[in-house]
Design a protein around this ligand. Structure first.
Ligand SMILES: [Zn+2]
Length: 215
């Protein structure tokens, strides 16, 4: 059982009152959801994350996994990060992958995986399996896409954070991937290319499969 969480949503920008509502993420308060970033040419992150998740679903099913998505399309609003986490928890997901692309300084490029940092009394049960999940995703993504580790954040393609609701509120093994930097011209070209997105989907599926089969 895999939960794919494609970041943001196509209707978010038109509904600021709904997505700007503050929600509790244990270590602080955050907007319910955000609009995400976009490439300089205007390809939105929400469309990218939706497309990758849509490409992954049949691949994961072929591999024998049951797949749940946190949103049904790319035209809605939200759901809130609290609800996205709850979807994985309710499904008792074996792995939760939140799919994003970054909007960082244009000179930085590459991908990184975000792991849940320790929040005493809350997530002791998931930090170790989430790290194993993250390492499997990192290896498969690098191998399958040829993308380098991010040059502008993290260390060897990994970051650990305690400010993300999707990770803080998850009771199931969970990681985020920032698939590239949409503000960087080279990364933007890749992320905007449907053939490259298929490679992304194949790579992420391989990483999840490795994790789920104990590799
Ligand atoms: Zn995002």
């Amino acid at each position: 059982m895999v939960v794919l969480d494609p970041g943001h949503n196509g209707g978010n920008a038109a509904h600021p009152e709904e997505i700007n509502r503050q929600v509790d993420v244990i270590t602080g308060r955050k907007p319910c959801n955000t609009t995400g970033t976009r490439t300089p040419a205007g390809y939105p992150e929400h469309a990218f994350t939706w497309d990758v998740a849509r490409r992954m679903r049949p691949l994961l099913r072929q591999a024998g996994a049951t797949v749940v998505l946190t949103r049904p399309d790319d035209t809605g609003v939200g759901p809130c990060i609290t609800e996205r986490a709850a979807i994985g928890n309710r499904a008792r997901a074996d792995a939760v992958l939140s799919i994003h692309a970054d909007g960082a300084t244009p000179g930085g490029h590459g991908f990184h995986v975000i792991l849940p940092g320790p929040i005493p009394g809350h997530n002791e049960a998931i930090t170790t399996p989430s790290r194993r999940l993250g390492l499997a995703i990192r290896a498969a993504y690098r191998h399958g896409t040829g993308m380098p580790y991010a040059t502008y954040t993290g260390h060897n393609g990994l970051n650990t954070r305690t400010d993300l609701g999707g990770l803080n509120l998850s009771t199931r093994p969970a990681v985020f991937i920032e698939c590239g930097n949409m503000n960087n011209p080279g990364d933007a070209r890749k992320l905007s290319d449907p053939a490259f997105r298929q490679r992304i989907a194949t790579s992420l599926t391989a990483g999840l499969t490795t994790y789920l089969t104990g590799g």
